[in-house]
Design a protein around this ligand. Structure first.
Ligand code: UTP
Length: 223
């Protein structure tokens, strides 16, 4: 299969820890033995800190986004370092460059692409671009819930849902200031328009991502 894995910065780089990057690298190597693998890394806490300081200094939103993108690419570079010769040597900056990098047979790792979105959307567009069979969104929550489980104790997790249901849910969530959904609206719409099979799961344990490729997981399937 062709697989795109979006690994949230909050999972991969909550704090910078070489052991963590090594553990994810060995999980990704394991997946890449049998599959063509593309990985999109998020920015996490460091991206938020850099963006916060940029705003304080008067930078506009798009410029702050560009700074966030740089941080996602730094995380991509660390993962590439951990993967060694099995990874394409640098994070592609466009989808076309990612597709070309994939032709080398190496694991392709990239970060953000353009301002105004997050790496959720990057991973969904990349999945479209390369014709992926599966998109895995490895986040800090264990799936998609009816509402934010941190705020609402009656929130229920979906084992599966349609992309249309996801869009409705995310639209409702994003109306609330400061609300956070595991997949953002743009990504949800792309998942819908190209019927990309997607698994949203807790990516804090690298082995859980490996297991999800063979169908074993406790996350939410969108199809
Ligand atoms: P992330 O995708 O990491 O955003 O990109 P996030 O929502 O903070 O996700 P987690 O916490 O890592 O899971 C970090 C920032 O980089 C910019 C945005 O400002 C985003 O908030 N970015 C990223 C872009 O502008 N464009 C991109 O294509 C990617």
């Amino acid at each position: 299969m062709k697989i795109v894995i979006s690994i949230g910065g909050s999972v991969l780089a909550k704090e910078l820890n070489p052991g963590k990057f090594r553990n994810y690298a060995s999980a990704f190597r394991e997946i890449a033995k049998d599959h063509t693998l593309f990985i999109v890394t998020g920015g996490g806490k460091a991206a938020r800190e850099y963006i916060g300081v940029a705003r304080e200094l008067g930078a506009g939103e798009a410029v702050s986004d560009d700074i966030g993108i740089e941080v996602t690419r730094l995380n991509a570079r660390l993962l590439i370092a951990a993967l060694g010769s099995e990874a394409y040597h640098e994070p592609p900056e466009t989808y076309r460059a990612a597709l070309e990098a994939g032709l080398t047979g190496k694991i392709v790792v990239m970060g953000g692409v353009v301002p105004g979105q997050t790496t959720d959307a990057v991973s969904a567009v990349l999945a479209e671009y390369i014709g992926a069979d599966l998109l895995i969104n490895a986040t800090a929550t264990d799936g998609v819930y009816t509402s934010d489980p941190k705020k609402d104790t009656s929130a229920k997790k979906f084992d599966s849902m349609t992309a249309k249901q996801l869009i409705e849910l995310v639209t409702r969530t994003e109306m609330v200031a400061g609300a956070n959904s595991p997949v953002d609206l743009l990504a949800s719409k792309i998942i819908e328009r190209s019927s990309i099979k997607t698994i949203v799961l807790n990516g804090e344990k690298p082995q859980d991502i490996v297991d999800a490729v063979s169908g074993k997981h406790n996350g939410t399937v969108i199809e």
